[in-house]
Ligand binder design. Sequence first.
Ligand code: SF4
Length: 507
Amino acid sequence: MKDDTSTRKVSVAEWQKNLIKQSEIDPYLENGKDFIDEEAIETALERGKQASPEQIREIIKKAYDIKLMSAEDTAALVNVTDPALKEEVFKAAREIKTKVYDNRVVTFAPLYCGSKCVNSCKYCGFRCENNSIDRRVLSMDEIEAEARVLAAKIGHKRLVVVYGEHPDTDAEYIAESMKRIYSIKEKVRGGVGEIRRVNVNAAPLPIEGLKKLHEAGIGTYQVFQETYHKKTYESVHPVQTLKGNYRWRLYALHRAMDAGIDDVAVGALFGLAPWRFEIMGLVAHARDLEKRFGLGPHTVSVPRLEPAADTDFSWVQNWVSDEDFRYLIACIRLAIPYAGLIVTNREKPEMIRSVIKMCTQRDADTRVGIGAYVEAFSAHDQREETQQFILGDTRSLDEIIRELASMGHIVSFCTAGYRCGRTGKKIMDALESGREGCFCKLNAVLTFQEWLEDFATPETKKIGDEIIDKEMKEIKARVPADFSEALWEHLVKAREKILSGERDLYF
Ligand code: SF4
């Protein structure tokens, strides 16, 4: 186990030289071209401005079929300016979220493993030349300690573990850290604190490295393109850096699929290029994944540029206003309707509240400093010198769950999908047909009940139990149309078992 990062065998320069493999980009190109055709996107966006309200309504109607939207329709949708028509899009976005994912919201926490990075992204506090950041990489023991706080004190079951691009956090390190996190089992109140799903947000890796992550039990592999707009990409990611290779990043998820990881996530950092262009890029990315592998991204993330320590943002031309941010979320909900949609604590509570009915996941009790979960400072403090960016919402998981429950959401801690082989094509087909919803509804009840027993404050438990009772009534009312009598009885018994101390029960 690599606890001491000073044992690294290669120099940073040597590691960088050997990482990118052109032979793992070329097979995905068509006639030497990648799938981002900027001219076609710009033309479509121009044409999209001419769409009539009737055409937009047709597009909205089609979105209920839960299929990836065409580039032409997406271009029309993102160009809607009429407030009344936009309201129709918002309404559809909420309904489509409910159609595919019901009233469930999944919560997770990010765990930052290191602040060392060889890149120099103009917008990032971790860029290599920023001297105001404390540089360090967590040892395996430190990662375990962080994950113990998340699993046993807060009650998270799902993490997104975040790694900078550096030889000290290479594929081997990532795989080791995942195994260490999965190994945690700590007794809590009535049950056990453990992380059941480790998603990874890491730099693009070669196929060989991705296979290591697959073997270590990765949940979702996230690589956000940041911006699909090539000129903008070049201007914020210096070309001599690893991240300066646009296509290496663009095909990171293709390589993941070829390495056996069939659960991948896309995202764009909104604020770099015009947001309408980024949505076209996200849809093109999803289309290419669908075309080659038969399934698109499992989730889409929508981070907005945020201030970072000692980082100049005077060059930013495309800040996204709150109004546009809400609308772009609605557009993505319709354009890639089967995908989960993640909004994070970069945003302030009011913003998250206003979009959560279109989204499926959010983080909670988040700290983005390196080693910050273990450190004894208050959850509401932030220390800029250890952070990639500044958070907008630092409330506890308990507070957030209480708020979500008061808005009618059930928080699901379900991680059954990948543990029962319901991933990749299987889950996508199920999501499109609405079948996955049945399993998810039952598992949300069981996993939420478990969390309430083990972690909730009395106030949150009360409102949480009410939501579960409501869910149970709904499920009962759908017997036998959607759930068999046997399944219902199984659910009732499983809930009773959880109330008397059994854990990790799922369908
Ligand atoms: S955005 Fe990522 S790759 Fe770029 S400097 Fe920051 S940590 Fe490194």
